[in-house]
Ligand binder design. Structure first.
Ligand code: ADP
Ligand code: MG
Length: 340
């Protein structure tokens, strides 16, 4: 076969497969956009495990007409002022999410800025974009995604049951809510239950939010972390050695406000608790690291769920130290000094 230049809608569908793995990844991208837009309230509604409907409403800054039209184009972002990738402080920056979602679903975006008298709505179905039409709405943005993967049967087949996709959405929203305690989260589940976590302010904000999301008894069975070392700040809560689970799913990690999964971090927890906890038990933890953006590469994975530390050993050392000190202060002294 001769080489051919692929048409844009096919390029978008291929790219979409990387950013939009499943309904929960759509929820992640849209909620992160709401947070990047400065929302103080995010309302999430889903139906059919997110496959028939995902709707995210925020009260953020909104978009004007030009931005609304551009927002669904590929590689269009308001978050990279220049061409540097070293100093990213927003959750998004690739400018790919909305274009990708629009390529594999029926996407509607309505938005209104505070200074405008009415909003505008555009729709994209399988890559085809409609003109903006006026719409009465409050300040902020409403994104609706219907019939996700309607034009990608292969991807649809890979989805799990409605229930387990809904579960993945809930887990994703929990992570986003833990990372953003000052934002109110309302999650209307398909099972007709609604979680409503009020925005938390002040010193106890994180602890209160972790209680909201992980259950009150976690706070009662955990020690607070608060250390700074080599310019790295570690905060959050680490469970007492008696408060464990059979797997590491209840260990939540956040780096610079972004929920991540990372072997270095899981390994550091294991090492910190080595003297207290059996090898097949996993302490519950919600750990927040603030590092210099230049010391971490979030650009390794399209969904940014994985990252690479410039100096993994230093991160491991700082985390082990933070946990051992906190446990020590609570009367759990390690028998051996944990090596860094
Ligand atoms: P990225 O977040 O990487 O910039 P997206 O495709 O997710 O890319 O969004 C494209 C652009 O659309 C954003 O840079 C932002 O300017 C705008 N945008 C998306 N969602 C919202 C929202 N909820 N509120 C305001 N602006 C938004
Ligand atoms: Mg985004």
């Amino acid at each position: 076969m001769p080489i051919r230049q692929l048409p844009e809608d096919l390029i978008n569908r291929i790219a979409a497969g990387e950013v939009v793995e499943r309904p929960a990844s759509v929820v992640k991208e849209l909620v992160e956009n709401a947070i990047d837009a400065g929302a103080s309230r995010v309302h999430i509604t889903t139906a059919g495990g997110g496959q028939s409907l995902i709707r995210i409403e925020d009260d953020g800054i909104g978009m004007d007409e030009a931005d609304l039209v551009l927002s669904v184009e590929r590689h269009a972002t308001s978050k990279l002022a220049d061409d540097g990738l070293e100093d990213i402080r927003t959750l998004g920056f690739r400018g790919e999410a909305l274009a990708s979602i629009g390529a594999v679903a029926e996407l509607g975006i309505a938005s209104r800025r505070a200074e405008d008298t009415s909003g505008l709505r555009i729709a994209v179905k399988h890559g085809a974009k409609s003109r903006p039409v006026p719409l009465a709405m409050n300040r902020g943005t409403i994104v609706e995604v219907r019939e996700l993967f309607g034009n990608v049967p292969a991807r649809r087949k890979f989805l799990k049951t409605e229930r387990s996709e809904a579960g993945a959405i809930t887990d994703m929203v929990k992570r986003l809510a833990m990372a953003n305690p000052h934002v109110q989260f309302v999650l209307e589940g398909a099972d007709r239950t609604t979680s409503n976590w009020p925005g938390r302010e002040g010193d106890g904000a994180l602890r209160a939010r972790l209680g909201d999301v992980m259950g009150g008894d976690f706070g009662d069975n955990a020690v607070p972390l608060a250390t700074m070392r080599h310019g790295m700040v570690v905060t959050g809560l680490a469970g007492l050695p008696t408060y464990t689970r059979a797997n590491s799913l209840s260990q939540y990690f956040f780096v610079n406000g972004r929920a991540v999964r990372d072997k270095v971090l899981v390994g550091a927890i294991r090492a910190a608790y080595a003297d207290f906890v059996f090898r097949d038990r996993f302490p519950v933890a919600a750990i927040f690291l603030a590092v210099d953006p230049a010391d971490v590469d979030v650009n390794v994975h399209p969904t940014k769920a994985e990252l690479r530390f410039r100096d993994p050993g230093a991160v491991r050392g700082a985390l082990i130290r933070a946990i051992t000190e906190a446990l020590d202060a609570a009367g759990h002294r390690a028998a051996s000094t944990v090596a860094e």
